[in-house]
Design a protein around this ligand. Structure first.
Ligand SMILES: [Zn+2]
Length: 189
């Protein structure tokens, strides 16, 4: 059994080496079959958790090819709506919605884990109004862009109220670094 270098860490939150790899903890643990071929299983020797290369990713336990999910995400990012994606790929509206929701959650986890220590000098808050779901409910997507680097460190989705805007700024400042002199700009509305 070989130790895996440079691979994903243990997904078990209660494990002493949660998220860590390369500590002689993650070993290969056979294979498992999917419709799209066989995939590696791994085991954490510290806590005994077994997992696959897709555990906690947008591809976990997917009944579709990764390529098709990637296509759906790509189209959505280009502004194609779910009904159209559903017709092009021949999958139901609910399936596409679920894929996009999983991709969103995976991106969010990735951002929380990796996006840290960026410089905050001139955060600019902005929002757009969107309409979602069969009843076209109104929802706000609020985002911060750091003007000096064009980085978008955080977004918040929901009602446009004090609580959500405060949360947006908290997320931004919690992970970033500022020297205390920050210029915050908004359009005033
Ligand atoms: Zn573990």
């Amino acid at each position: 059994m070989a130790t895996i270098k440079g691979r994903r860490g243990c997904p078990n939150r209660d494990c002493l080496l949660h998220q860590l790899a390369n500590q002689n903890n993650i070993h290969t643990h056979g294979w498992y079959k999917t419709k799209h071929g066989r995939r590696r299983r791994y085991i954490c020797k510290v806590c005994g958790t077994t997992f696959s290369s897709t555990t906690n990713s947008a591809y976990h336990k997917l009944k579709a090819s990764r390529q098709q999910v990637d296509q759906a995400c790509h189209m959505s990012a280009e502004g194609v709506n779910i009904s159209v994606i559903s017709r092009i790929l021949g999958r139901s509206w609910n399936t596409i919605y679920r894929w996009l929701e999983r991709a969103r959650a995976a991106c969010s986890r990735f951002q929380d884990k990796h996006l840290r220590g960026y410089e905050i000098r001139e955060p600019q808050a902005d929002e757009i109004k969107a309409f979602v779901g069969p009843r076209s409910d109104k929802i706000w997507i609020m985002a911060i862009i750091e003007v000096s680097t064009h980085l978008r460190p955080s977004t918040q989705v929901g009602k446009r109220n004090y609580k959500n805007i405060k949360r947006l700024f908290e997320k931004t400042f919690h992970r970033g670094i500022s020297d205390g002199s920050v210029l915050i700009t908004t359009d005033g509305s």
